[in-house]
Design a protein around this ligand. Structure first.
Ligand SMILES: CC(C)(COP(=O)(O)OP(=O)(O)OC[C@H]1O[C@@H](n2cnc3c(N)ncnc32)[C@H](O)[C@@H]1OP(=O)(O)O)[C@@H](O)C(=O)NCCC(=O)NCCS
Length: 211
């Protein structure tokens, strides 16, 4: 008994006890905040509710700009790899997996039920369960003012161009040109937006024949 008291007194004196308590409190604090996730993301779209969501994402390491508009029940993973610009809108029931690097530039509009996923499972040999296959990720960039219409899916490594429109239900596997529409599974170029003049392709360089 006396040895326990002596050890407790010693640890209090050299600071280990205090350190242990501090570490435990820290874990508890973060644990509670983590459990708040469902509560925070179930909040609605009123400005004060969006401000709480922005604060919560910053807490987990995200960079979030001004005027975030985020509807109910957005599922977010990998906040530490997420950068959101100003005036971004994210619709209800969207899934954002930013692990690996996701940049959402200013004025991007993500409609209801979109999926933006930076992470993929590698495909294992036959007989190995895909659940245990290693994951890989590639960064996604949604450039200024682009619009992901409802139920669009953006796969790892894709850049969606400035002002581009990914029409409803498209599955984007490759980069999308600026100011274009893309549609389908997999998404293909449809046309440029009205009023946009695409840059003319550069004339092919003359090939010099040797000798
Ligand atoms: C992008 C969008 C607005 C285009 O609308 P639009 O310019 O009026 O286009 P139209 O309806 O005139 O269709 C033009 C062509 O594209 C096709 N098309 C339209 N939407 C399409 C889609 N989602 N996928 C594939 N093709 C589509 C049409 O069939 C039509 O083809 P056709 O010329 O061979 O007949 C519309 O496709 C869309 O995605 N809306 C999104 C709705 C949404 O997300 N709302 C917000 C919810 S929060």
């Amino acid at each position: 008994m006396s040895s326990i008291v002596i050890r407790a007194l010693q640890s209090a004196r050299d600071g280990t006890f205090r350190r242990k308590i501090a570490v435990r409190m820290h874990e508890l604090h973060w644990g509670i905040l983590h459990q708040m996730e469902w509560l925070v993301f179930y909040l609605g779209k009123a400005p004060w509710q969006c401000a709480i969501k922005a604060w919560y994402m910053r807490l987990w390491g995200a960079e979030v700009g001004k005027n975030l508009y985020m509807e109910r029940a957005v599922m977010l993973k990998g906040a530490e790899d997420l950068k959101i610009g100003d005036n971004v809108a994210i619709g209800a029931f969207s899934l954002i997996n930013a692990a690996g690097g996701l940049i959402i530039e200013d004025n991007v509009n993500i409609s209801t039920g979109c999926r933006v996923v930076c992470v993929n499972h590698s495909v294992p040999p036959v007989g190995v369960d895909t659940r245990f296959a290693p994951c890989w990720s590639a960064p996604i960039r949604l450039k200024k003012g682009c619009w992901l219409a409802t139920n669009a899916i953006i796969l790892p490594g894709v850049t969606v161009g400035e002002g581009a429109i990914v029409v409803a239900g498209s599955l984007v596997t490759k980069d999308v040109p600026d100011w274009s529409y893309v549609a389908g599974i997999p998404a293909k170029f449809m046309m440029f937006r009205e009023g946009y003049k695409p840059p003319k392709p550069k004339p092919a360089e003359e090939t010099k024949t040797p000798g």
